[in-house]
Write a protein that binds this ligand. Structure first.
Ligand code: NAD
Length: 482
């Protein structure tokens, strides 16, 4: 079998030899076979990448000083180059992290371009300064300058989209970037680098060094970095927040979740009508999405019907190789991740929750890190499976007696990232959504919208990505009193 091998890093607009001989080996979650390797970033590689990003940022006629129009044109060229590589990108991602190709085609191969074009539009419209009349007479010129060099750290579950959540608004604002992909998803970062080069993004504006958590920690604390943008686990986010707190370094943290899907008692539970939306909001990407509603809150008056609906949904899913177009649930991204999911299934059983379907490994798949879609009924919200992020295709069904109790259960969580409300009454759904302690909520569906801020409260993070609001996270304001 041929493997994918890369030998260099994309730094300062070109391919540079790595500083160490260490390599990251990529193993397919579908087959458990080695599918290639890339150099493992060393501190010296990050030093070179940060130096390139600093020089590009400081260039008096460079990216950070360009007009919004000029940056927008290059960002759109990057979107075009990514369009050309979309099929390759899908293959690269699904072969590394087990994301079903049907999901990768809709999200990973589309979202970065959508965001680049959206933020290119905002870069064009944005004057980056305004003069305001003062309350005490006179006026003030308020300028908005790019914040500087951004250290962007991304996880493996949506490696391209989550990188774009950072660089799209950051590039629009005029920042330069050092991106550190996860060791699980590296090949796609080379396709991205090729697109960056082909688009003519100036040297040093985007630099990419894959590596593990130590390298990420090194980047976070690097003296040449002005801002950190992180997506990943809450535990890592807390470490990063501590370091950034000490350094007084601006940081955006998009962390874990344990969102509630509140099924109201007037819902139409016909899977033919809502199955697709229910799947997308609770089990997408093999359950490895931060915002999924993995606690299903079910009205006791219709509890058995809700159990039957989710059991039916889980039982209807095609589980298999992520590269098969008909697959809906692929493998877990790593064997470590499968161990984690299986340990939670054991905890759920131990606590007394009842498995209605799944709970094991699919009998017909003898290789790959697969876990059957699993539904737990009779879950108490205090159980570990209801409080902790599992990050796999495992849902917990929790009964409630009134809307106010459902809201209280939804909010009895250390997290607050997503959530959904399922109802036949739009206004009732919105009224419930308003009371959920969370950064985002969907009514009868969940689809993050690039034009609206996305992020969490409580243990789910700090700050917001997406929407015009994200530009603020990559800008620094100055008031010049006139
Ligand atoms: P992780 O925290 O282990 O790793 C994420 C990234 O951070 C990787 O690139 C890793 O190398 C790096 N890293 C880890 N520890 C670090 C540290 N101390 N300093 C600097 N870098 C560090 O998370 P993961 O397992 O790769 O990803 C899954 C997690 O990401 C889940 O908790 C999920 O909820 C979360 N996530 C959140 C969002 C969101 O938008 N809120 C989106 C996707 C995933």
């Amino acid at each position: 079998m041929t493997t994918t091998e890369f030998e260099q890093f994309y730094i300062n607009g070109d391919w540079q030899p790595p500083k160490s001989n260490n390599r990251i080996t990529v193993v397919s979650p579908n087959t458990e076979q080695v599918i290639g390797s890339v150099p493992d970033g060393a501190e010296g590689d990050v030093d070179a990448a940060v130096a390139a990003a600093r020089a590009a940022f400081a260039d008096p006629s460079g990216w950070s000083r360009w007009s919004g129009d000029k940056r927008a044109a290059v960002m759109e060229r990057l979107a075009d180059e990514l369009d050309k590589r979309a099929p390759e990108m899908v293959q690269a991602i699904s072969s590394q992290n087990g994301m079903p190709v049907a999901v990768a085609e809709k999200l990973e191969a589309v979202f970065p371009q959508l965001l680049l074009r959206y933020y290119a539009g905002l870069a064009r419209e944005n004057a980056f300064e305004e003069t305001r009349p003062g309350l005490l007479g006179g006026s003030t010129l308020v300028t908005s300058a790019p914040i500087g060099v951004v250290g962007a750290i991304v996880p493996w579950n949506f490696p391209q989209a989550l990188a774009a959540f950072k660089y799209a608004p950051g590039l629009a604002a005029g920042c330069t970037f050092v991106i550190k992909p996860s060791p699980e998803t590296v090949f796609d970062s080379y396709l991205f680098a090729e697109a960056v080069k082909a688009a003519g993004i100036p040297a040093g504006v985007i630099n990419i060094v894959p590596g593990g958590r130590e390298l990420g920690a090194y980047l976070v604390a690097h003296p040449g970095v002005d801002k950190v943008a992180f997506t990943g686990s809450t535990a890592a986010g807390r470490n990063i927040a501590e370091v950034c707190g000490r350094l007084l370094r601006p940081v955006t943290l998009e962390l874990g979740g344990k969102s509630a899907a509140i099924i109201l008692d007037d819902v139409d539970l016909d899977l033919a009508k809502i199955g697709e939306q229910l799947f997308a909001a609770t089990l997408l990407n093999n359950g490895q999405v931060c915002y999924l509603g993995t606690r299903i809150l079910a009205p006791r008056s219709r509890y058995q019907e809700v159990v039957d609906t989710f059991t039916g949904l889980a039982g209807s899913l095609n589980v298999g190789d992520a590269l098969d177009a008909t697959t809906q649930i692929g493998p877990m991204a790593s064997s470590r991740q499968r161990d984690r999911v299986e340990s939670y299934i054991a905890k759920g059983k131990g606590d007394g929750a009842k498995i209605t379907i799944g709970g094991g490994r699919p009998a017909d798949l003898d290789a790959g890190w697969f876990v059957e879609p699993t539904i737990f009924a009779d879950v108490d919200n205090n159980y570990a499976i209801a409080q902790e992020e599992i990050f796999g295709p495992v849902l917990s069904l929790i009964p409630y007696d009134s809307d106010s109790e459902a809201i209280a259960i939804a909010n009895a969580s250390d997290y607050g990232l997503g959530g959904t409300v399922w109802t036949s009454d739009h206004d009732r759904g919105v009224a419930v959504a308003r009371q959920i302690e969370s950064g985002t909520v969907g009514i009868n569906n969940y689809l993050p919208d690039p034009t609206a801020p996305f992020g969490g409260v409580k243990g789910s993070g700090l700050g917001r990505e997406l929407g015009p609001e994200a530009l603020l996270a990559y800008s620094v304001q100055k008031s010049i009193y006139l």
